[in-house]
Design a binder for this molecule. Structure first.
Ligand SMILES: *Cc1c(COP(=O)(O)O)cnc(C)c1O
Length: 392
């Protein structure tokens, strides 16, 4: 089909390196030669003698298992330092502690509901102000800059409408005005999109999603581009202490080894499903940047090497949306995304329930909108499951 023509993955040297580096996480890192990095389940470390350290003192400050993940994500994203947290929200909280009362941020408007809640209900209490704009429109970003503005926090593609922000242009503009550019790269991962190479200063992840990839662990990551920023983040990580435990660090490492093959398959499946939805009579609109009709298609094609595995679509009415949620069998009706299993969510009632209803409606997160996180199952089986779910 015409609109689906160039939704395929781009191949390239950088891509191959990223998937190879992901596979090799932890290999050759342990003194015993253990191929899989052991889970160093310890709170503290014995010092050889007074004034000496093995390099590890206490697991909040540094743990060998966690460090494999931290150094690994820094390498994958091309940053000076990586940091692992107990959740994506813990990582975002740590990031926001870079700012002071009175500071102002410009933030993508249709972003992850939890990030909106954190800014709107928690950090607002400490007078960290935020203006939410459509960051796919550079003019809106520029117009929102005030004297107090310190950073631009982008989610791209957005959740759940998959709008695409121009990372290179926004970070160039931000740099000129001495603002930081922070990208929540959860939907793309370094395998598909590399914000630091395009000028961003910081990348943040819910590693719970595509990075870990198996719907079995909650985790967050930050990557800082410069040494100086890495030092500031490390100080905050160690001071606040919402670190990822060794067991969970190991699970994320284990999941990340297959990042490349999972995302190749997920992206391919998502493309097929988006094309199928686009031709379905009961579907009003499909939001998938891989479709040529999507406003962010061209830009994402330039700044990423694939379109990802998130597909949102609008059906005729709320009862149709409910019916689909009730009838799917292979696809699970569940919150979250990015794992090998295909999930469907109802953003207005789940992930974005904290956003004011009128604002939700304005953004297009209405009660007809469903969001799919496409997994690695056989795509024909996914299609037949969806097909039967559409039939009353
Ligand atoms: C899930 C998610 C988060 C929050 O991460 P948790 O691991 O659930 O705390 C942040 N940003 C995006 C884009 C997400 O999808």
């Amino acid at each position: 089909m015409m609109i689906c023509r160039d939704a395929q993955l781009k191949k390239g040297e950088k891509v191959i390196k990223t998937s190879t580096e992901a596979v090799q996480l932890g290999v050759g890192q342990d003194p015993t030669g253990a191929l899989s990095i052991p889970i160093y389940q310890t709170a503290t470390f014995r010092h050889p003698r007074f004034g000496e350290s093995t390099g590890y003192d206490y697991s909040r400050s540094g743990n060998p298992t966690r460090q494999v993940l931290e150094k690994g994500i820094a390498r994958l994203d091309g940053g000076a330092g990586g940091f692992a947290y107990a959740s994506g929200m813990a990582a975002l909280t740590n990031l926001l502690l870079l700012f002071k009362p009175g500071d102002h941020l410009i933030v993508t408007e249709d972003l992850y509901g939890g990030t909106f809640r954190l800014l709107d209900k928690v950090f607002s209490q400490y007078r960290l102000a935020a203006t939410f704009v459509d960051t796919s429109d550079l003019d809106q970003v520029t117009l929102a800059i005030k004297d107090e503005t310190k950073a631009i926090l982008l989610e791209t593609p957005t959740n759940p409408l998959l709008k695409v922000a121009d990372i290179s242009r926004i970070s160039a503009m931000a740099r000129e005005k001495s603002l930081l550019t922070i990208v929540d790269n959860t939907f793309m991962t370094p395998y598909l999109q590399q914000p630091l190479a395009m000028g961003a200063d910081l990348v943040v992840y819910s590693a719970t999603k595509f990075l870990a990839g198996h719907n079995d662990v909650v985790a967050g990551l930050i990557v800082a581009k410069s040494e100086e920023m890495a030092e500031r983040i490390y100080f905050l990580q160690n001071s606040v202490g919402a670190v990822l435990g060794p067991q969970d660090s190991w699970l994320v490492i284990r999941g990340m080894k297959t990042l490349g093959v999972r995302l190749d398959r997920q992206t391919e499946n998502a493309r097929t499903i988006a094309c199928w939805l686009a031709s379905h009579k009961a579907v009003r609109r499909v939001f998938y940047p891989g479709l040529e009709t999507h406003p962010g298609h061209q830009l994402l094609k330039e700044q990423a090497r694939g379109f990802g595995a998130m597909v949102s679509f609008e059906v005729m009415d709320k009862s149709m949306a409910e019916q689909i949620l009730n009838k799917v069998r292979l696809v699970s009706f569940a919150e979250s995304l990015g794992g090998v299993e295909t999930l469907v969510t109802f953003p207005a009632f789940q992930t974005h329930a904290d956003i004011d209803p009128a604002e939700r409606e304005r953004l297009g997160i209405n009660e007809r909108l469903l969001r799919l996180s496409v997994g690695i199952e056989d795509v024909d089986e996914l299609l037949s499951d969806l097909e039967q779910a559409f039939i009353e």
